[in-house]
Design a protein. Sequence first.
Length: 683
Amino acid sequence: MSGTSKTASEFINRAEAIIREHLSDETFGVAELSEALNMSRSNLLRKFRKYTKLSASQFIRQERLKKGMELLRETSLTVSEISYQVGFGSTSYFIKCFREHYGYPPGEASKKDLSDEPASRPISGRNPWKTIGVALPILLALGFLVWKNLPTATPGDLEKSIAVLPFKNESNDATNVYFINGLMESTLNNLQKVENLRVLSRNSTEKYRHSNKAIQEIGEELKVSYFVTGSGQRLGDRVLLNIRLIEAATDRQIWAEQYSRQVGDIFALQNEIARKITDAIKVFVTPAELEQIAKRPTKSLEAYDYYLQALDGFHANTKEGLETAIPLFEKAIEQDPEFSLAYANIAMAYFFLDIYLAEKQYADRVNIYADKALLYDSKSAESLIAKALYYLETREYRLALPHLEKALEYNPNSSAVVQLLSDYYARIVPNTGKYLEYALKGLQLDIAANDSTTRSYTFLHLSNALVQTGFVEESLEYIDKSLAYDPHNAYAPFLKCYILYARDRDIEKTKKLLTREWEKDTTRLDILQEVGKIHYFLEAYDSAFYYYEKFVWAREGSGLEIYPQEDLKIGVVYQKMGLEQEAGRFFEAYADYCEADQSIYKSASMAGKFAHEGKYEEAIEQLRDFSTQQNYQYWIVLFLEMDPIIKPLKSHPEFDAIVQKIKDRFWENHDRLRNSLEEKGLL
């Protein structure tokens, strides 16, 4: 133990000394440190994880912040000067990291008692950060609705973040509520089109409609620096509106305006409000964004009135709400046959109605209305979302992607688009890096939750994205939060079994935990096949057959097409039990699965197929191809060598090198992802 401690101390001291020599060089990173220490990047990363529980990039940043603290206490340099001296290219990013590390901003450093400081407070990625297991373990049947808001608390860039609180209806006529809500929504939608401003979603603020909380308290909960508040009433053909822009931390009014306008001037008024808010907080708005903000949604006030009436039912996203909204959108189109936004919302409403149906009925309507929306406004995020949803419903997945990406270009703060992209890369075209990036971005936009169940699934979603990309400790933190919010969450304990395996590598413990979870509800086919798989990995084929046989009976008895990637393992177990004919059926099904697979995991799946067939050279060639892929799940790294099908390949002279390349590439992607997300302010 003492020898290990000495080795760790020597390594850390050398690393600290080298980093200190290059503190002012903001380009000095993991690659440069590994070269200076004369060791491979993968070896460097393993040592940091072993000795410090930090990644290399976290360790470097920690050293920069420690030096920054020294300079703040011992010199009269400004925060800006110090930030550049310790290698931060951005003062605001230095302030953000400093606050997260020490718990207060750099400006307060000189006021703090040194004895109150922790000796070492490692940066562990405190910011909060859905799942398909493809070639190897774990598939969670989470069944998220693609537009379900998944909120949490992420600091983000507080200097340019804003929330629009629900406007208050001051009219005695309660039927005017929809109109005032529409003014609130239009203000929100216009601000969302500005890329340099982080704008929280409508659902993040709706819970505060009847709240008596102070602005500072709401600001702390939502992690934003500004609020827009409003109140108004409609009197005949006139609109009376009061708008205030408030600094969250101080409740100080930055800008306020009282408007009395004709209803016919409503679109010009919405445009003016957006411009005055962005001017007041000094946010740069591009000419293209100004063009989007200035766009009139319709020429008809009657059409706009029907559109606003439809929004409450539409946003409820329930069958009843959607069925109420559609006729109102249709009335809007009767008044203005070129009302693109109404066409787009009808298309989306029909898409979500289809979610409730076992057999889809509305795909043609989704397509027709989406095309109409694009015809009349091809630069509308809503039109592009509507068409993307049609392609998702018809499983033309690759046609959906460019529409989603273009929609995000026109509305950079659209939580709907971000969550669709997160789901796309989690489930449809698996890419762990993009999955985590969009999950984090979505969580910056959707902060508040109305109930503990939603929060629980938020943290479940986030934890899953984290563990897939190798952020194990962070993943464990958020799965525990998921369980704290809802101890009855059906999927969090399941995922936690595997997170604990990723941390402890104790397969027997994992088997016991998974078995315990299945025994709580023996109808859970997702857990059932995982229990069978763990016994398979342990080569306990009798036990594996006990669980796999139950799974196969249930799957076939219900006519389910689930877990086709597991058929090779099931076939091997049946073969071990002497059931050759049944095993052959699974091998054929697996071959069909491999043939149809278009994901990055195809070569890994093919390697298993060839290895089982005794075609070892072909299997090695497929593994070699897989080693060139990017952004695959951590489960590949953890379970590849454990698979009994792969074991015969271990005697091949190239096997060890290929597997090491797969592991190294995963951790290289992991660190590259961390750096990228940190640069974008998502970590």
